[in-house]
Design a protein around this ligand. Structure first.
Ligand SMILES: NC(=O)c1ccc[n+]([C@@H]2O[C@H](COP(=O)([O-])OP(=O)(O)OC[C@H]3O[C@@H](n4cnc5c(N)ncnc54)[C@H](O)[C@@H]3O)[C@@H](O)[C@H]2O)c1
Length: 337
């Protein structure tokens, strides 16, 4: 395979940093743009070039993108549950940042653009599992932003004749997940609490159904996708297919710690969808997706890794970032995690 110049936005984050590793392992040249708002320097492969920059400050013809052939856009503020209370902030960081990148990418003649979307675009649709033909019907600001980005790509991709794909991962977990984030990644939040001697929290009755996706399986398909022509112009769900009750996943995390503790049940979060999981047929066919670990094995690996780190501490946003506080879970409002 020829060496290509790749840009990975959000390459200091969880999924982005694994994609960077894979690209560098395959001999490609990688630039990372990340403002380190949610990622870590230590995640970035030492062979990648880091440009520490907030994408919302990108110029329409920003020369940063000169010579870039392929963009993987991972940078986002992906706190879906919190987005209900920070609609403007989320729109700036998820939609405005995307539009700035797309504009600069068109003006710099970037050939290929791969977008990390999300299953949140399906919203509260009772017909699980969702396949890619399900209509977009997002039910929170995060999902609305992702759905808008997808539509921008579809329209501009055709008008300006560049290759694009839209990958919809869901509930990715594993090594390098940010364990200090109190707003997202349920498995990481439970691990943080347990490492701090606290019981894991479940919002609602724990009967919600979700499928989970092991990081290596997702990152390798995403990295490879831009070299697979059949993915161009396509929307592809990516990740685990087997639905689990949230309460059962919680007990799997407790078991991985070999503890005998019980979850705490808190009131449901506003706008949280009841069941959400996807089909895998398209990702298997086009991207060669397959699961290399089951959830219990993946959780054990993640817990073993988490135990090697300094004890995680939740990092909250400034209260000024909260635009609506009515109906906000007190765990966030009062920093009670
Ligand atoms: N993790 C999941 O389960 C999951 C599921 C579906 C979709 N996604 C999507 O995949 C992408 C990566 O998710 P992740 O879990 O790795 O998140 P992450 O928070 O670990 O990584 C996001 C990275 O983007 C950077 N970033 C955020 N805003 C930025 C900005 N304005 N300018 C520059 N850098 C910025 C952060 O510093 C961070 O390093 C996101 O777009 C997310 O919406 C993730």
């Amino acid at each position: 395979m020829n060496q290509v110049n790749c840009l990975v936005t959000g390459g200091a984050g969880f999924i982005g940093s694994h994609i960077v590793d894979q690209l560098i392992g395959s001999g490609h040249s990688v630039t990372v743009i990340d403002d380190l708002s949610g990622g870590y320097l230590s995640n970035i492969n030492e062979k990648a070039k880091l440009i520490q920059k907030d994408l919302t400050a990108l110029k329409a013809d920003d020369p940063i993108l000169k010579d870039i052939e392929i963009i993987y856009h991972l940078a986002a503020f992906p706190a879906e549950g919190l987005s209900v209370f920070t609609p403007e902030y989320v729109t700036q960081r998820n939609l405005t940042a995307f539009i700035k990148l797309l504009t600069a990418s068109i003006n710099n003649q970037v050939k290929t653009f791969s977008f990390a979307s999300s299953m949140s675009v399906y919203g509260n649709n009772p017909n699980c599992p969702f396949d890619e033909t399900h209509p977009r019907n997002p039910t929170d600001p995060y999902g609305i932003c992702k759905a808008s980005c997808e539509r921008y790509l579809e329209i501009y991709g055709v008008e300006y004749n560049f290759n694009y794909n839209i990958i919809r991962p869901h509930n990715v977990y594993g090594i390098r997940q940010n364990l200090n984030d109190p707003y997202r990644n349920v498995i990481g939040i439970w691990i943080n609490r347990i490492l701090n001697g606290k019981n894991p929290i479940i919002y609602g009755d724990g009967e919600q159904l979700r499928a989970f996706s092991y990081i290596q399986d997702v990152a390798s398909c995403m990295a490879e996708s831009v070299f697979i022509e059949d993915s161009f112009g396509e929307i592809i769900n990516l990740g685990g297919a087997k639905p689990y009750r949230i309460v059962d996943v919680c007990y799997s995390v407790i078991d991985a710690f070999k503890l005998d503790i019980e979850p705490l049940f808190y009131p449901p979060r506003p706008m949280e969808v009841k069941n959400a999981y996807c089909t895998t047929e398209k990702s298997e066919k086009i991207l060669g997706y397959k699961e290399s670990k089951n959830l219990e094995e993946g959780i054990s690996e993640m817990v073993a890794w988490a135990k090697t780190l300094p004890k995680p501490k939740f990092k909250y946003l400034s209260n000024k970032t909260y635009e609506i506080t009515e109906h906000m879970p007190k765990t966030w409002l009062n920093r009670e995690m």
